[in-house]
Design a protein around this ligand. Structure first.
Ligand SMILES: [Fe+2]
Length: 183
């Protein structure tokens, strides 16, 4: 699979720009995580990039979300490991997280939302200069960006990263694509 085709397909299927940015952020963190863990950066990045490709096609039907996404990813050339991670990132299906890739996508997905929310409350609304420690502080405020599931983010422990390192890796990865994210 090539990234350009994947991105083209995402842009054809997802009109909400913030959603596309969420997928780009997920890609960037997944790549960084793959580098940190000695995993396949291309595979992990594309899994992150594609994980919500069906979000508008399934229109809020959580029983369909990520099943269709896994199928679309397969059509684009994703292997079964990638398709499985996409499928089980939606916990509605109750499919256990098995591989490292499954676990990584599951905890990275909500981290992007927390980092974006922590950025948007800064006076300059920029990722540049955002410190991981302030994201960690926000992590503890339950009502802040409540949609960013803290319990899911905490599962970074399952892939061997403490929350502090995980947050820092996420912030740095997103800062690297700040221009694409418009932040
Ligand atoms: Fe997502």
């Amino acid at each position: 699979m090539n990234r350009e085709e994947a991105l083209e397909s995402i842009k054809a299927n997802v009109k909400n720009e913030n959603m596309v940015k969420h997928m780009l952020a997920t890609e960037a963190i997944m790549q960084a995580l793959a580098r940190r863990l000695g995993e396949d950066e291309g595979e992990w990045g594309l899994t992150g990039l594609l994980h919500d490709i069906d979000v508008e096609l399934t229109g809020g039907d959580m029983k369909a979300h990520s099943k269709l996404g896994a199928d679309l990813a397969r059509e684009l050339g994703a292997n079964e490991t990638m398709a499985h991670a996409i499928l089980c990132h939606n916990e509605t299906h109750g499919i256990p997280l098995e591989t490292k890739l499954d676990k990584a996508l599951f905890c990275v997905d909500p981290l992007t939302g927390l980092i974006i929310a922590a950025t948007l409350v800064r006076p300059n609304k920029k990722l540049a200069g955002l410190e991981a420690k302030s994201v960690k502080k926000r992590f503890k405020e339950k009502s802040f960006a409540a949609g960013a599931n803290r319990q899911h983010i905490s599962q970074c422990g399952e892939i061997g990263l403490e929350l502090g390192e995980f947050t820092e890796l996420g912030v740095t990865a997103m800062q690297g694509i700040a221009a694409d994210l418009g932040l």
